[in-house]
Design a protein around this ligand. Structure first.
Ligand SMILES: Cc1ncc(COP(=O)(O)O)c(C=O)c1O
Length: 373
């Protein structure tokens, strides 16, 4: 029988969103001068602009691309891009897990675009080299619910005719983003940076701006989706003049996370922390006979949302493991996503410490022995 581990992870927060706060986070470290003030005051706008500038610095976004803070988290940012830019040319929707499937539904059933739909089962990717790049391309860089990521951006042509619309919410700050291949990129703060939910970040390359200024969709746009006025991009959105009221508390928390990232070595260090965490899980999978990565190809395995299957363990036993670990305060929220195959999903983003992942693996061994005894 596997012995019960003596020590708990220091932070048993392994949820894939909202994810663990940064190491050392406490609420009293947040700047609060902007709270209770207008977000359009000099101070409010300066804090929003600071968040944008820090984003550019930490994420290494080139000056060719604009960065805006928009409503409704990653979903808001991504749907804003879909609703304002799609329809100008044919569109290919690619999906390999639940969130990508959501965008397919948007394009097919809501916008009624008659898209080309390219899908792959959980754990796999479609053949990316066969994608018609005269189309606009919508896809999720890192499939949070399948643990599959695209293996870089070499398959995207520099001289593509269509736009790339990339949902990168569980990839940014952990995986290399090729900005020259990126026309639109979206994410939210609660993933790799462990920020608060609520706001989305919309990053636009020059070709996306050109689309916005030259194309008017056939459908009406609600106010929170409108990025242009009189045929011109609303530049204020990209300098801290948000469309509607943001949570300044969430903004200050995002600034705190970015400042931590900047002081801890920046993007390279964030990426290597995520890699180190994912490698710690991979080493354990390697020596553990009852667990496998859901992502079949090692090159497509996520270093953030690591998804695992337990082939000889029933779905009920996996559920029992997850509950037991939560009860023991050894791991919170590590069950697979509701639409994904039964299994475990362990967040490995930069805000998680490798020592906690290593401790967790001992608890996984123990919990598995308990539920299969
Ligand atoms: C790939 C992906 N897209 C979209 C979402 C939805 O994000 P939000 O809740 O920030 O709108 C998630 C959430 O987990 C996600 O993982």
């Amino acid at each position: 029988m596997t012995d019960k581990p003596a020590a708990l992870p220091a932070r048993p927060h392994f949820s894939s969103g909202p994810c663990a706060k940064r190491p050392g986070w406490t609420p009293d470290q947040l700047a609060i001068e902007s709270l209770g003030r207008s977000h359009r005051s000099k101070l409010g706008k300066a804090r929003l602009q600071h968040a944008i500038e820090l984003t550019r610095e930490v994420l290494e976004v080139p000056s060719t691309h604009r960065i805006g803070i928009v409503p409704a988290s990653d979903t808001g940012a991504y749907e804003m891009a879909m609703w304002t830019m799609l329809g100008a040319r044919p569109v290919t929707m690619m999906a390999w897990e639940s969130f990508g499937e959501g965008w397919v539904t948007d394009a097919a059933k809501q916008l009624k675009l008659d898209p080309t739909i390219v899908t792959a089962p959980y754990g796999e990717l479609p053949d990316l080299t066969r994608i018609d790049q005269s189309h606009d391309l919508c896809f999720t860089w890192n499939g949070t619910t399948s643990g599959v990521r695209v293996p870089g951006g070499n398959w995207i042509r520099d001289n593509r005719e269509g736009l790339t619309l990339i949902d990168a919410t569980s990839a940014v700050f952990a995986q290399e983003i090729p900005w020259e291949k990126t026309d639109v990129l979206t994410y939210s703060w609660q993933k790799v940076l462990g920020g608060e939910g609520g706001h989305g970040v919309l990053i636009l390359g020059p070709r996306a701006v050109e689309r916005l200024e030259s194309y008017t969709p056939a459908w009406p746009l609600p106010k929170i989706f409108r990025l242009t006025s009189k045929g011109k991009l609303i530049e204020g959105i990209f300098s801290g003049e948000t469309i509607n009221t943001p949570s300044m508390l969430a903004v200050e928390d995002y600034i705190d996370a970015l400042t931590w990232a900047q002081h801890s070595g920046g993007l390279q260090e964030l990426m290597s922390r995520a890699d180190g965490n994912a490698q710690a899980i991979a080493r354990w999978v390697e020596r553990t006979p009852w667990v496998e990565h859901l992502a079949k190809e090692p090159a497509t395995r996520s270093n953030t949302s690591v998804c695992l299957t337990l082939p000889g363990t029933s779905a009920d036993q996996v559920k029992a493991m997850v509950s037991l670990l939560e009860k023991e305060k050894a791991a919170y929220d590590i069950g697979a996503y509701r639409d994904a195959p039964p299994g475990l999903r362990i967040w490995c983003g930069a805000t998680v410490d490798t020592s906690d992942i290593e401790t967790l693996t001992h608890w996984l061994d123990w919990a598995h022995a308990q539920v299969t005894a």
